[in-house]
Design a binder for this molecule. Sequence first.
Ligand code: EPZ
Length: 443
Amino acid sequence: MTAPARAAETDQMILRGGRPLMGEVALKGAKNALPKIMVAALLTEERCILRNVAGIVDVTIVSDLIAALGGEVSSPEPGVLEITTANLHPMQRSVLKEFSGKSRIPILTCGPMLARFGESPVPSLGGCQIGTRPVDFHLRALQDMGAELHDATGNAHLTCERLHGNKIKLDYPSVGATEQVILAAVRAEGVTELSNAAMEPEIMDLIMVLQKMGAIISVDVDRVITIVGVKRMRGYDHTTIPDRLEAASWASAAIATNGRIFVRHARQEHMMTFLNRYRQIGGDFRVSDDGIEFWRAGEKLKSTALETDVHPGFTTDYQQPFVIALTQAQGVSIVHETVYEQRFGYVEALNSMGAQIQLYRECLGGLKCRFGQRNYKHSAVIVGPTPLRGAEIHIPDLRAGFSYVIAALVAEGVSTLHNTALIERGYENLVPKLRALGAEILD
Ligand code: EPZ
């Protein structure tokens, strides 16, 4: 797999703002689906073909990890990956160390590696710094399925002859923990009933792949997923769903800059909650078979009060780009972030550009939240509209990075964004896409 041009950590982008974004961008496969479907290839020795693959860092990380485990990963044509893991060997701690800290995906290899080898080291994880992001739900679920956890502090590892099915209830509908259980249960002995599961479109895409491979999985009402373990899994040929999170990012950019963007391949059924909110603040959109066009309905945007939530709620990954649009809305908006405890870290830099955003420890919303009274500033009040001016900004995480790009495009004057490599974790070809939309990027 030819790695996308890995920008150096000190990579930067210089943008002159004040112009609307106009034109078209095309989505590729979802960043939060592709790497997990690649991990599913560890469950079989047969050839797996994955299509609509985006050239993003998270895909490269998992390609390199599978290759380091003895798997073969090739790209017979652009956007297509071929994965064969017939010659897989057990995960060595040294291999894991190389990948730990880069991404959260390696933790999902535990189930397949236990199925193949009866053992798996537990990786320490990377990913965006938006909270503590523990893996206690993952480990507890694997132990509920019979895995034994050794040395839980230092070099933790799991052992198990063969995982067995169980009734597992997640404390919180965690996306990663849901994927962990599904990837472990498909080859376990007996039936696993997972309740309080996450139901994101990316998880449904993973379930489709596993069903193609021979798994028996049902998704019932009330967040219950039932998996009947099978002895053998076949290869797959799968086209990944488009990236709804990238679609929402461009939609937010369209109304924040008062432009008009057609996002090719965006699908209404994946982003209905977002579209409702979008319309409520004065955005408008037209759905067609091959995508969705986004623009401002009138001259002014309207403030709103919203809470992030697990799917089908307003996804936490929509939040940061959407807040930039709220800085341009008339009046006072409130955002209660209920999924991550520290996902407003990016606000300080926005205020230095002229935004008026105040953070609060209180839960400013009706949703039951795990962070109330725990001293996390996880609610924001945004006063708008505020003119933004260019600034020099260091990017802390992926979605905040994209929101800074939007803020720089809204701002009068020039902004310099540092560490733009973080944005490339999830947005393929960002600079060419921005240029195609008329953004003025100064080399
Ligand atoms: C996935 O992260 C996504 N990443 C995130 O997208 C997304 O924001 C998140 O799901 C929620 O939708 C990928 O799919 C690669 P979680 P994940 O487990 O699985 C707590 C982006 O920008 N938790 O649903 O790591 C956790 O701390 C990224 O694309 C535990 O307490 O998220 C968080 O507060 C950012 N213990 C909450 O659950 C655990 O064992 C949700 O986390 C696991 C999670």
